[in-house]
Design a protein around this ligand. Structure first.
Ligand SMILES: C[S@@+](CC[C@H](N)C(=O)[O-])C[C@H]1O[C@@H](n2cnc3c(N)ncnc32)[C@H](O)[C@@H]1O
Length: 418
């Protein structure tokens, strides 16, 4: 932008040939370049006007400009609103009826499919699309109508929250509660007024936290209504309660403030902003409170079926900007967070092949409908079959080489002393 506040754009077009033989005979091919970009664009006219369909024509460029500008405008509006946009695919169309004189594009229709992280209502997203449209420089420059008809895909918790997912989390708790218990025993303060279990799922971890800390109140927070319903049915009462909340948003709901213990296990693997979560959660502690975290550092197995499963899980989480193994990054962040590191250690949990296969198999159903994996149904079918076989094997005979070893990063953090 120059000092007068005016943005200027330059483009060059080059054609050479001969129009001497008349309208039907000359070559429409030409090259365009926008300065200072170096890559030229091969151009022609609409094939209806004797152009080349393999090159773009100016009418298409106009439609593309409207589409691109709305995309950029929306990303900017969404980023300012702290919405995590993960994908944007537009199918744009322009219409130019020859019956309207002088001939011109009379309407452009943009049909973007916008993929966002969890926790955003379609109403809010539609409002932001509208704001982006109002701010779109190209739409504002055009005389023709530009309509935006968005479709939203909200990425939920990657591993689903139906009955099968609930069973998986129940099994997960059976396998991993024995490693969480001593961590909580060691670091819970002697008197706990309020303990909070973030990403509580169907409540087994909340129950563990309540039992170990003997808290007066223990609150499980989760964004899944169906997990919360299961948690309430199984564990509510006796000081335990369950509240719907997106844990990336703080402060936590009103009754949950100044917690003496905040616990989260296998949750940060689903969140894109580890540093943001860490500092936000530390700020929710009471002055003598402790944040206790348990996340995967590495998962080791020699079994090729499990390795295929783990590669797919990593791919799925990457579409949400998250990772299956946040442990090491978390340990590093903890050293620079506004916190005292009371513990940062690795604990190994060895899971026999049949159990690991059962845990993994329960996820596959939820993955089938995920945009990242829906195009790989055969791979999911093959994996389901292979996991089934491993599930049937007797863990005693599968041997050490077949087991899956989780190395869990266990952290206990206290707020930094002022
Ligand atoms: C792998 S499960 C872990 C459940 C439990 N902590 C355990 O270790 O057994 C992750 C849980 O986090 C929840 N979750 C994921 N993202 C969340 C968010 N942004 N806010 C609240 N809960 C979330 C999911 O619904 C799910 O219940």
């Amino acid at each position: 932008m120059s000092e007068d506040g005016v943005h200027r754009y330059w483009a060059r077009c080059h054609w050479e040939g001969s129009t001497g033989a008349g309208y039907d005979a000359y070559d429409r091919a030409h090259r365009g370049v926008v300065v200072p970009a170096r890559n030229p664009i091969d151009l022609s006219s609409d094939p209806a006007f004797l152009g080349d369909s393999q090159r773009c024509n100016p009418e298409q460029l106009l439609v593309l400009a409207a589409s691109s500008c709305q995309l950029l405008s929306f990303l900017a509006v969404a980023a300012r609103a702290r919405i995590d946009v993960r994908g944007y695919d537009d199918e744009a169309e322009g219409v130019m009826p020859e019956s309207v004189k002088p001939v011109r594009l009379t309407a452009i229709r943009l049909r973007p499919t916008i993929t966002v992280g969890s926790g955003h209502s379609p109403e809010r997203l539609a409002h932001l699309v509208e704001v982006a449209h109002r701010e779109c420089y190209i739409a504002n420059s055009l005389a023709c109508e530009v309509a935006v008809e968005p479709t939203f895909r909200v990425l939920g918790y990657a591993f689903g929250d139906n009955e099968v997912a609930r069973q998986r989390l129940t099994l997960l708790a059976e396998v991993f509660n024995p490693s969480s218990r001593p961590l909580l025993v060691e670091h819970a303060p002697p008197r706990v007024r309020l303990a909070v279990d973030l990403g509580c799922g169907p409540g087994a971890t909340t129950c563990l936290v309540a039992e170990v800390t003997a808290a007066e109140r223990t609150v499980g927070l989760d964004s899944s209504l169906s997990f919360l319903a299961a948690a309430r049915a199984a564990y509510a009462g006796g000081g335990k309660e369950f509240i719907e909340h997106d844990v990336t948003r703080t402060p936590f709901p009103a009754p949950v403030s100044a917690a003496d213990v905040i616990f989260a296990r296998f949750l940060l693997a689903h969140l894109p902003d580890l540093a943001g979560a860490l500092s936000a959660w530390l700020a929710q502690l009471s002055p003598l409170g402790v944040l206790v975290l348990e996340e995967t550092e590495t998962i080791e197995t020699a079994n090729p079926v499990f390795r295929r499963y783990l590669a797919l899980a990593e791919k799925l989480l990457a579409t949400r900007g998250a990772t299956l193994h946040p442990g090491a990054a978390l340990a590093k962040l903890a050293t620079s967070a506004p916190a005292r590191v009371l513990a940062s250690q690795i604990r190994q949990v060895d899971v026999p092949a049949d159990r690991a296969a059962e845990l993994f198999a329960l996820n596959l159903a939820a993955w089938r409908s995920d945009p990242a994996l829906e195009k790989a149904p055969q791979e999911l079918d093959r994996l389901a079959g292979d996991l089934d076989e491993l599930r049937m094997t007797d863990s005693g005979t599968t041997g050490l080489g077949q087991q899956v070893s989780w190395h869990l990063r266990q952290l206990a953090l206290a707020p930094a002393v002022e």
